[in-house]
Design a protein around this ligand. Structure first.
Ligand code: NAD
Length: 251
């Protein structure tokens, strides 16, 4: 049986570990050729190597998502190697728990740059390749913290809220090129980002909050939502926000 992404080329940022890595592996298994793009070059190479060893196709590229020149280089590499780009997952992100009172200007600027300027740059520089292909699916990883507040993580909430609306306006702008743009809003997922917090029973309970399923998710549980949005199965979805949060925001 053909994979759900057979013949497609995908760039996934922040795919050296965590949810991005799970997406890279799942997309490759489903027939996509994957660019594993991350600031962590060695880890990205390892992910790509493992995918290739399993009989699927991937290459690793060093990418700092805040740098336009890096984006141009990575898109160029993908197009030279595989002729096109069909899918972009803007997944790279950082978390700072600092609030309005204790946050610094530097933290604010860095968080906004890595979490949301990156998504603007990614869409901008992948656009020529997608226009040429006559189609595309872009997935911006936001968060439930882009929908609700928590009383902490001021810059993070602001960046994820911005990602949500950037997605909707880009969906409206890029529909004329047959490019769909959707966001995913994960709840609490077990990755390096949440490792410390989930180790401790009290902080884990606090961060899980009202999660109906009363557990964090594994990265693969989000990757399946990304797979659906990346594939043609979601052909009538654009400007949508897909919440994968074990029911956190349902109550
Ligand atoms: P993670 O820390 O495991 O992975 C993030 C990846 O992004 C890392 O590989 C890191 O090297 C990469 N990265 C960071 N800065 C970069 C840069 N400047 N350029 C390129 N790559 C960079 O975290 P994760 O939990 O897998 O997070 C993935 C995405 O999901 C992030 O956008 C995060 O905000 C979002 N998210 C996470 C959770 C959660 O509970 N873990 C919840 C909601 C949303």
């Amino acid at each position: 049986m053909a994979g759900r992404l057979e013949g497609k080329v995908a760039i996934i940022t922040g795919s050296a570990r965590g949810m991005g890595k799970a997406e890279a592996e799942l997309f490759a298994k489903n027939g996509a050729k994957v660019v594993v793009a991350d600031i962590l070059e060695d880890e990205a190479k390892q992910v790509a190597e493992n995918i290739n060893k399993s009989g699927y196709e991937a290459i690793a590229c060093k990418l700092d998502v805040t740098k336009a020149d890096d984006w141009k280089r990575v898109v160029d590499i993908a197009v030279k190697k595989w002729g096109k780009v069909d899918i972009l997952v803007n997944n790279a992100g950082i978390l700072s728990w600092a609030g309005v009172e204790d946050g610094t200007e530097e933290e604010w600027d860095r968080t906004m740059a890595v979490n949301v300027k990156s998504q603007f740059l990614g869409m901008k520089y992948v656009l020529p390749a997608m226009k040429k292909a006559g189609k595309g699916s872009i997935i911006n990883i936001s968060s439930i913290y882009g929908i609700i507040g928590s009383g902490a993580a001021a810059a993070y909430h602001a960046s994820k809220g911005a990602s949500r609306l950037l997605t909707k306006t880009a969906a409206a702008e890029l529909a004329k090129y047959n490019i769909r743009v959707n966001s995913i809003h994960p709840g609490v997922i077990r990755t390096a980002m949440t490792e410390e917090i989930l180790k401790n029973e009290n902080t884990a309970k606090k961060v899980l909050g009202p999660t109906i399923l009363r557990r964090p998710a594994e990265p693969e549980e989000v990757a399946y939502a990304a797979l659906f949005l990346a594939s043609d199965e979601s052909s009538y979805m654009t400007g949508s926000e897909v919440v994968v949060d074990g029911g956190y925001t349902a109550l």
